[in-house]
Design a protein around this ligand. Structure first.
Ligand code: ATP
Ligand code: MG
Length: 419
């Protein structure tokens, strides 16, 4: 035998057993996107590296050490997308989506980050992102948050919603000074990453996952003490909307996003766990990004759900239509079995036919395991035995009557009449 080729570390295939629940959740998410009036945007998987350096920021884990960056054959530096917002804004500017318009957009797909693989942290993972443009008030933030809360509620995911405000760039400037003073006072206890960030991007220090830093960070000043009147009013609007909509939240005074283009609201849903991988979804307002990437000033707010983390926490999976019919057949009757299956599929029934060489006994085992609502056994040229799931006694019917009888069992008569 030839040597097997191993998959890439942290990059997993979804096998059929996992795809089914994923597809069911994705279908539900699509339906919710429509209910909220969001439209899909399909974004490329590769972009110029410069896009992420500017949009995600140089002094971030993502750009410093997590991107898959390569030179293409022309010598251009490209990167696999580590997140979706940057590409969404880039495509929106080029596609003319922002000027004097409002947009509600969603995208979904694989993202790539070279992180240390562990539970809830992979090198290829999937995000479901929603972004809204052209709306500067707290109401759109509340709408997005209500959408996220509805998704988690429907799927039975237990999570806390944390909210905070970064205020305006001027608020953040004042806060930065206070934060740097605090961190400098404890410089000897900062880890290597934090010391580096202290000069380049001090707000990012608050993002540290290092438990040894917890005490210093919990004692750090809160940005709320530096909010302007406008920032305070914006945050009061948001919390007012959330209360009116009945969305439970907690104010997290040290929740931040480290980049200059973030303004006002930031939020996260955190699972009721004490994991470093507990954040299921995260987002915020990023009014400065469209101009940062060369577009005209555009209000923007969005969030992204980590699909692997979401899937791991679903307790109420959406119902999926299971297999309707499983057909067992000896080799000599496979042709007839196929024709029967096609006739049932014409009526929208999900059918699987056992087409491998196998004994009646092993076919019966496979049929029961399939979970089909109706088992059909091809007996001879005359006809079949039909067994409704759970029944002990089968019906013997001719091949010609089989479709009608099976449809009756499945409650599919209405569909037949429609045709
Ligand atoms: P974390 O704090 O867990 O590193 P992050 O701040 O890097 O997350 P974002 O860039 O805000 O994450 O991405 C939004 C969501 O995408 C996260 O809340 C998480 O659910 C998911 N996510 C991020 N990185 C990974 C990964 N490597 N594997 C799986 N999911 C991820
Ligand atoms: Mg990360």
């Amino acid at each position: 035998m030839n040597r097997q080729v191993a998959g890439v570390r942290g990059v997993a295939a979804l096998l059929p057993a996992e795809c089914a629940p994923w597809a069911a959740v994705e279908e539900r998410l699509r339906a919710l996107m429509e209910v909220y009036g969001f439209r899909e945007i399909r974004l490329p998987i590769i972009e110029r590296t410069e896009l992420y350096a500017r949009a995600v920021g140089e002094a971030t884990d993502i750009v410093e050490k997590e991107m898959y960056t390569f030179l293409d054959r022309n010598g251009d530096s490209l990167s696999l997308r580590p997140e979706g917002t940057a590409g969404c804004v880039r495509a929106g500017i080029e596609g003319g989506l922002f000027h004097n318009q409002t947009q509600r957009l969603w995208y979904q797909g694989a993202m790539f980050r070279h992180e240390r693989p562990q539970k809830g942290r992979y090198r290829q993972f999937h995000q479901w992102g929603v972004e809204a443009y052209g709306m500067s008030g707290a109401a759109i933030e509340a709408e997005l948050i209500a959408l996220g809360a509805r998704i988690l509620r429907e799927l039975g995911v237990n999570a806390r919603l944390l909210v905070n405000s970064l205020g305006t760039p001027a608020c953040r400037e004042r806060y930065r000074d206070a934060l740097v003073d605090h961190l400098k006072a404890h410089r000897d206890r900062l880890d290597e990453d934090s010391v580096r960030r202290l000069d380049r991007n001090p707000l990012r220090v608050l993002d540290s996952k290092n438990p040894a830093m917890r005490e210093i960070l919990d004692a750090a000043p809160a940005i709320a003490d530096h909010w302007s009147t406008e920032s305070r009013a914006h945050f009061a609007d948001l919390t007012g909307h959330l209360r009116a909509l009945g969305v439970a939240f907690e104010v997290a005074p040290r929740l931040v996003r480290g980049l200059d283009y973030y303004t006002h609201t930031v939020f996260e849903w955190v699972a009721d766990e004490t994991l470093a991988q507990a954040t299921i979804a995260a987002g915020g307002r990023y009014d400065g990004l469209v101009t940062e990437l060369g577009g005209a000033a555009t209000a923007a707010v969005g969030f992204a759900i980590g699909m692997e983390r979401l899937m791991g926490l679903v307790t109420r999976p959406p119902q999926v239509l299971g297999l309707g019919v499983y057909v067992m057949t000896p080799a000599a009757l496979q042709g007839r079995a196929l024709a029967l299956a096609e006739a049932l599929r014409d009526r929208g029934v999900r059918v699987e036919v056992h087409l491998a060489a196998a004994s009646a006994k092993s076919q019966g085992k496979r049929a029961r395991e399939s979970g089909a609502r109706c088992l059909v056994e091809a007996v001879d040229e005359e006809g079949v035995v039909i067994l409704a799931a759970g029944a002990t006694q089968g019906d013997t019917v001719s091949w010609t009557d089989a479709v009608a009888r099976i449809s009756e069992i499945l409650g599919a008569e209405a569909k037949i009449d429609d045709e």
